[in-house]
Design a protein. Sequence first.
Length: 239
Amino acid sequence: MKEMTLMQHFTEFRRRLLWTFCVFGGMFFIGWYLSPQAQEWLIMPLMQVWPDGTFLYSGISDGLMIRLSLSVMFALAATIPFGLGQAWMFVAPGLRANERRLIWPIMIFSPLLFVFGAAFAFYVLFPTVFEFFIDLNTHAPVPAVLMPAARDYLSFSIDMMKVFGIAFQLPLVMVMLNRIGILSRARVIHARRYAIVAIVVAAAVLTPPDIVSQMLLAIPMWALFETSILFMRKTENRD
């Protein structure tokens, strides 16, 4: 393969970056038209446990800001796989075979694990936590009207899906560190008790201050931690 000059590398990088921005722009406009359906989908877990619920729009620009936020989120979610593909095509020609074997699983499994984590939050965490909060608020000892702000609810939902998506990267990080010889399986097993404490602390920091949310993040992370050990090499990497 003919070697490229520095200027050619820069031109190639700029071309792929421009394509990624163009795709983001196109996805943003698609997201703008799909944002009402996205909002309806995001409030579904709450409506399932609170069918007569009502949201509060506290400002005249709330509708616009919600639509913009959802459009950006849709554009990012749709563009990231394309951007990762462009990044792979840019760096792959300069990588050795063993480096390509290490990176391509990250490119594939990282988005998948993020989706699994976000789906777990949406389909498992949200119904459980929302039912708990609705029951707690509707049975308050004083007269109360429950009307959550739409922007706060959507922000909370999206943030929790991000948290779970990032948390579900744990197995990939551990296995990759093991493959390159930084983290041995024996060391992980020896430090298991400390890792469990760290998982509980992380769950307490990253989720709302209620035991239900914290346990629903801590338990899957613990399970992912134990699963990661099964895929780690028993001996040090000799590559």
